[in-house]
Design a protein around this ligand. Structure first.
Ligand SMILES: Nc1ncnc2c1ncn2[C@@H]1O[C@H](COP(=O)(O)OP(=O)(O)OP(=O)(O)O)[C@@H](O)[C@H]1O
Length: 249
């Protein structure tokens, strides 16, 4: 698949190129050193009790850390903390870079969020079409300076016809919206994807296709699906309702 520089409008994508689109998404470097370190991350709730306490883990290139736990235990919140979208009381997040380990403050928050990208379960209520969304993402300063994969090619491999990118968001099914949002995130080529139940709206066949692509990446991945967790997990982080956590294996 081709890298395109700040140009997402390839609705007439070459089908031959498209067929290989998801085969080469993972960046070439394979290193033993972690890509992401999370150390002693602590978040309190509004009532000042802990939501989670002292959570630490690291993630190597190509690993998938599955996040599990009962509803309301803080799975989405921990992803949003790592993405620096939600404040937290204590802890550090660090990303590897060619210049060595870097914190969000050192990289700058926009660069951090581009490198450690949170993908919500469903796209927020967006105006316009997915193509408008691409233009919006492309207009962000940090993304404007980067090269991108073509999201239309990525999504086509998951059964999303190119014409769907020109439909209004509410005219798309939940599964179409979910795959399109994931394709846009992948097109930005982040170092780490923070995925909030990324296949929750998909049928089993689409789920497996999307899994095949995403598991080539470095991901933190929330799922409630036991079978999926078994298929994809390199490591599992379980958040417990008493604010403790378990990391396995
Ligand atoms: N914007 C918010 N403001 C205040 N509290 C919030 C906010 N979002 C979530 N919470 C609370 O934080 C706690 C953790 O919510 P979170 O969404 O992280 O849980 P979760 O484990 O992802 O749940 P689920 O499996 O149901 O998606 C819950 O008690 C929730 O009510």
């Amino acid at each position: 698949m081709s890298l395109i520089s700040n140009n997402y409008g390839a609705l007439s994508g070459n089908p031959a190129a498209s067929s290989a689109a998801t085969d080469t998404l993972q960046s070439d470097s394979t290193v033993d050193e972690p890509v992401l370190w999370v150390k002693e991350l602590t978040k309190r709730k509004d009532d000042d009790t802990h939501l989670f306490y002292d959570v630490s883990f690291s993630l190597r290139q190509g690993q998938v850390l599955v996040v599990r736990g009962p509803s309301g235990v803080g799975k989405t919140t921990i992803l949003r903390c790592i993405a620096q979208l939600t404040t937290f009381e204590a802890g550090t997040c660090t990303l590897s870079s060619a210049q060595g380990p870097r914190t969000p403050a050192q990289l700058g928050i926009p660069t951090w969020r581009a490198d450690v990208m949170y993908v919500p379960q469903r796209p927020a209520q967006l105006a316009g079409t997915p193509l408008d969304f691409i233009d919006m993402v492309n207009s962000f300063g940090v993304q404007a300076q980067r090269e991108h994969y073509d999201p239309v090619e990525i999504a086509e491999d998951w059964g999303i016809a190119p014409e769907l990118w020109e439909k209004k968001w509410p005219e798309l099914s939940g599964g179409e919206q979910q795959r399109i949002a994931l394709a846009v995130a992948l097109s930005c080529d982040p170092k780490v994807l923070l995925l909030d139940e990324p296949t929750s709206a998909l049928d089993p066949q689409s789920t497996l296709m999307v899994e095949d692509t995403l598991t080539q990446r470095t991901c933190v991945w929330i799922t409630h699906d036991d079978a999926q967790a078994k298929r994809i997990a390199s490591t599992t982080l379980t958040l417990n309702s008493d604010a403790s956590y378990d990391l396995s294996p």
